[in-house]
Design a protein around this ligand. Structure first.
Ligand code: NOJ
Ligand code: CA
Length: 571
């Protein structure tokens, strides 16, 4: 293994004009604000906490950060329930704190993407309050999906759709006189009513919201539930295929077979959504500096996903087919090929991602020995326990493979420390609406959202001065703290720094992939420009091709690449 860690701390100039299309090759680091760094001791991370720690991200070597929502919200779904799209929730600070954070990031050469949640508002949003106070058939109700119930007294939901978080996707309202009223649609929690994107009024509001943040200087938006905004005409009943992933993907199966594509539900991937992104593309084009939209679209296969990034729509979309690919050489080969083909066919970069705030962290997921659909999570009663040593080893290899791929890559805070999923959270600490809506049947996503460790010593590992932490941190995390890993050349943090520095220096993001054969059925191997990349997902070591090893996810064994290890070599 290499022991020198090149660290760039000089700020790079951000281009003021259009033309560099930075998002084509960018490595974008997801900050989950409530779990990143707490500045005021209340146990919840905040905007000043982010500002204070931006230099650590610059040192890591990422190009941009994406912030999960920090807007005004009752926090029923950790901020993905927005009550005011232009306000900062006091939990996270003020608009001035946001402006300071943005300026500090730009000063360091980091772009900033913010999360926009247009599929639904919070039920506390003034638009929904006004809709509830207005009569059935009113313009106010038309901004959402209000419908009369079925059955003699309208006491059955208007259709059979289920919420992603469990239970029905409809909730009945109560009229002012106390009698039961209409129902409203919510694909997620009942506190997240879906907006009706067939209503031009909604389009006009969101153009203004985009401009509000673009005027403040953000470099782009991550679009929440981009694949769910348009619904099929008439809201027809639908019975999902067995095992379909809960965000709408092809499923969380860890079997090596490539999953068959289930029929499209009438609430995911509808054609009508594309016109919205064309509209937003035009709004962003009014601004300088190559602003970008990245869609959260759980759509499989990549050929259908690529429709979201045609030249006049979004710039990027998350590649969840890649995230859901098992640790299997043939499956990895296929998903990389189909992604590059599909995105390439519309002139868009492929993106790559292994972890985020909705999935089991990949240092745990890659060692799971049982089926665990997205969103179900892990907890004390899960019948299979992944081996953490195998998980971390595979995670390091998987990231080494991912960061060698051409295109743009997303990292989730804490993965650079090798953090595992926290499985043993007490029931009383859990906060994901999934946990409550399924009455504890699904654990949900809290296990990947535990506040990250900055220092081995100190209360809550430097997350908060008071030691408060909105989710409890495991005792073992002292050894995974950033200050410990920063001084250890073999740590996961040092591996990430080295990968990011080499990726930048050798232009891998803008490179061209050329497959290599002859390494056996458990190896993924390719050239990207002058770099040879070899990932061994099998149990036996394999020989390495000629070249100087630039970086390896684990030590080599007598010159050979051991099990669950990936390496980059200079040709
Ligand atoms: C996707 C977000 O990533 C997730 O955290 C959220 O719960 C749902 N969309 C609903 O907004
Ligand atoms: Ca705080």
């Amino acid at each position: 293994m290499n022991t020198t860690i090149p660290v760039t701390s000089t700020a790079t100039e951000l281009s003021e004009t259009t033309g560099d299309e930075w998002w084509r090759t960018a490595v974008i680091y997801q900050v989950y604000p409530r779990s990143f760094a707490d500045s005021n001791g209340d146990g919840i991370g905040d905007l000043p906490g982010i500002t204070a720690h931006l230099p650590a991200l610059r040192e890591l070597g990422v190009d941009a950060i994406w912030l999960s929502p920090f807007m005004t919200s009752p926090q029923r779904d950790a901020g993905y329930d927005v009550a005011d799209y232009r306000g900062v929730d006091p939990l996270f600070g003020t608009l001035a704190d946001f402006d300071d954070m943005l300026a500090a990031a730009h000063e360091l050469g980091l772009r900033v993407i913010v999360d926009l949640v247009p599929n639904h508002t919070s039920s506390d949003h003034a638009w929904f309050r006004e809709a509830l106070a207005s009569a059935p058939g009113s313009a106010e109700r038309g901004h959402y999906w209000f419908r009369d119930g079925k059955g003699e007294n309208g006491d059955e939901p208007p259709n059979n759709w289920n919420s992603v978080f469990g239970g029905p996707a409809w909730t009945r309202t109560t009229n002012a006189d106390g009698t039961p009223g209409q129902w409203y649609l919510h694909l997620f929690d009942s506190s997240q009513p879906d907006l009706n994107w067939e209503d031009p009024w909604v389009w006009a509001r969101f153009r203004d919201i985009l401009r509000f943040w673009l005027d403040r200087g953000v470099d782009g938006f991550r679009i929440d539930v981009a694949h769910g905004m348009a619904k099929a005409e008439g809201l027809p009943d639908f019975t999902p295929a067995q095992g379909a992933g809960s965000m709408g993907g092809a499923g969380g199966s860890l079997e090596p077979e490539i999953s068959t594509v289930p029929p499209e539900p009438p609430y995911w991937g509808q054609e009508g959504g594309h016109a919205i992104f064309r509209d937003w593309h035009r709004v962003l084009a009014e601004y300088d500096g190559d602003r970008a939209l990245c869609g959260e679209a759980w759509i499989d296969p990549p050929s259908k996903l690529a429709l979201y990034v045609r030249p006049d729509e979004m710039q990027q979309t998350f590649n969840f087919s890649y995230l859901e690919t098992p640790w299997n050489a043939q499956a990895l080969h296929e998903v990389i090929t189909s992604s590059l083909d599909a995105f390439g066919s519309v002139g868009a970069p492929s993106t790559w991602v292994l972890s985020n705030h909705d999935v089991v962290r990949h240092a745990t997921r890659l060692a799971l020995m049982g089926d665990n659909p997205q969103g179900h999570g892990l907890g004390p009663k899960t019948p299979f326990r992944p081996d953490p040593v195998v998980g971390l080893r595979r995670a390091r290899a998987a990231t080494t493979l991912m960061l060698a791929l051409p295109g743009s890559a997303y990292l989730f805070q804490g993965e650079e420390l090798g953090l595992p999923e926290v499985i043993d959270l007490p029931d009383s600490a859990r906060q994901d609406p999934t946990w409550f809506r399924t009455h504890g049947e699904r654990y949900g996503r809290d296990g990947c959202r535990v506040p990250i460790p900055w220092t081995a010593a100190g209360a809550s590992y430097g997350f908060s001065d008071t030691g408060a932490s909105w989710l409890p941190q495991p005792a073992e995390w002292a050894t995974l703290a950033r200050d410990v890993e920063a001084s250890d050349p073999d740590s996961t943090l040092s591996l990430y720094r080295r990968l990011l520095a080499e990726r930048e220096e050798r232009g891998l993001g803008a490179g061209v992939l050329e497959w290599l054969d002859g390494f056996g059925e458990n190896v993924v191997a390719f050239h990207n420009g002058e770099v040879t990349v070899v990932a061994n997902v099998g149990e036996a070591s394999v020989s390495l091709p000629p070249g100087t090893v630039l970086v390896s996810s684990a030590p080599l064994a007598e010159g050979r690449l051991p099990a669950d290890t990936a390496a980059w070599l200079a040709r």
